[in-house]
Write a protein that binds this ligand. Sequence first.
Ligand SMILES: Cc1cc2nc3c(=O)[nH]c(=O)nc-3n(C[C@H](O)[C@H](O)[C@H](O)COP(=O)(O)OP(=O)(O)OC[C@H]3O[C@@H](n4cnc5c(N)ncnc54)[C@H](O)[C@@H]3O)c2cc1C
Length: 286
Amino acid sequence: MRLQDWDTSDRFAATLIATQRITPPGSPEEVRELMFEINRPGFSASAGQSVGIIAPGDPALGETEHFRLYSIASLPEATTGGELRFPICVRRCDYIDAYNGERYPGIASHYLCDLQVGERVRMTGPYGDLFHAPDDPEAALILIGAGTGIAPFRAFVKSLYFRQPRFGGRVRLFHGGRTGVDLLYQNNIHDDFALYYDNDTFEAIRVLSARPHWDHEIDWLAALQSRADEMRDWLMKPHTYIYVAGVESIRDRLDAAFAELVGSPELWRRRKAELVAGGRWVELLY
Ligand SMILES: Cc1cc2nc3c(=O)[nH]c(=O)nc-3n(C[C@H](O)[C@H](O)[C@H](O)COP(=O)(O)OP(=O)(O)OC[C@H]3O[C@@H](n4cnc5c(N)ncnc54)[C@H](O)[C@@H]3O)c2cc1C
């Protein structure tokens, strides 16, 4: 992603008012929830939108500014003073140089994870507007979030149940982490989605790796198969909408899992094409 591909001319300051690690101490992954406050009358954001963060660039890479996007993890709420507060959820990323094998810190994610309360960052946006709840009382929503891909769904589920009183459809949220401790917002520190469990239309399904070790992949097929009858039924219905968020690599894995579930890659290819054409398959992958 290059800074010049985005309109970042309208920049504003955001103050960090809280930062909390949301992966438990035993997890090798560090994901933090950062709560920002902005003084920006007229700012609004919907579920699935992201803000841009302009971190100081690495001169060695020839950049003075380093721009990255982060999903808004809950819709902005006004303080009594009129400021707006909203969280983002950041995974501390490192990458390994293919030539020398050295580990390099991801610039924006380390900058954000290391910020101290009271510090200010330069922000832009919001960008994107992908996740709209269908105006269909019988809608069946399959939400699939891997890792930090859960962030937009927190905002989405909340807006469905608290801001759209007419929404009467059903929701299945498949939320993946490699191990139980990596499940953001649904581990023994956080269980955000418990809030919705008394609503019998909502169910959050935890999806783990087949073997609970950090370098094994999330077992999407096992998760879908744990609801096989319901999922096959929903996939054939005209009221079903599928929303997927998280890292790019889940696209192929999900395709393989859905193909297995419906019976063949060809059947899934056709079904997915219909969903995409009807605007009923929505992706936020990065
Ligand atoms: C629309 C959109 C929404 C996003 N929302 C979020 C979000 O809510 N939370 C979040 O943490 N990130 C999110 N991202 C990813 C984020 O923008 C950055 O790409 C990520 O934080 C790495 O940036 P960096 O500057 O730290 O790494 P850089 O210095 O740019 O280094 C990038 C390297 O880090 C690795 N990397 C980048 N992203 C990931 C990842 N997610 N998982 C594993 N390895 C990775 C890759 O190996 C890559 O080569 C989103 C991206 C997009 C496009």
